[in-house]
Design a protein around this ligand. Structure first.
Ligand code: ZN
Length: 186
């Protein structure tokens, strides 16, 4: 069966209430983080290439609907509405439900941290240079793209879409919404 690695999940395209994710694979046993199987394998290969010293930490992968409900509520209490709406998707609207999205940190990122530190570091530069060759895109880009995705720039959040889509999206400076729109037109 062909898996839908281009599945679009956002505020306007929530997952159905009966959604069940693809088979998952444990990527961080200590923290109990899972990703979709092929995503997990691609991430391992990418990290083996760009991060031999293991500076990069995975801070979030697959999240259940229930976990997203808790994350959203906690963020509303701690950070307020504006911040939460900018950075936290509502339940059923988070890519993390699919197991195809991963949050990364270069410092001691706590599990479930909303905004991990993944900027201004040589290993981050190396990761960004290689990610598209391993099927990953930066999902939430800055500036005018935030209006399209509905989520602010998240330098820590990466989405597996597979090859060659990842290369086309990254080379085009696109967000997934734009790429899917173009793919329909062509
Ligand atoms: Zn994320």
């Amino acid at each position: 069966m062909m898996k839908d690695y281009l599945v679009l999940v956002n505020a306007e395209s929530p997952l159905p209430s009966n959604y069940s994710p693809e088979p998952l694979k444990l990527v961080d046993a200590w923290q109990g983080i899972f990703l979709e199987k092929q995503t997990a394998e691609a991430l391992s290969a990418l990290l083996a290439k760009v991060d031999p010293d293991h500076l990069i930490q995975i801070t979030s992968g697959f999240r259940s609907i229930r976990e997203q409900v808790e994350l959203y509520q906690t963020s509303m209490e701690e950070n307020g509405l504006a911040y939460t709406n900018a950075y936290v998707a509502k339940p059923y609207c988070s890519e993390h439900h699919t197991g195809l999205a991963v949050d990364l940190s270069i410092k001691s990122g706590a599990v479930g941290e909303i905004a991990p530190d993944f900027q201004d570091h040589p290993v981050v530069e190396a990761f960004l240079k290689e990610m598209a060759n391993f099927g990953f895109i930066m999902r939430y880009l800055p500036d005018e793209k935030t209006e399209i995705t509905g989520i602010s720039h998240e330098p820590w959040h990466f989405r597996y879409v597979g090859l060659p889509h990842s290369q086309r999206i990254t080379e085009g400076g696109l967000v997934l919404e734009e790429y899917l729109e173009k793919a329909v037109i062509q």
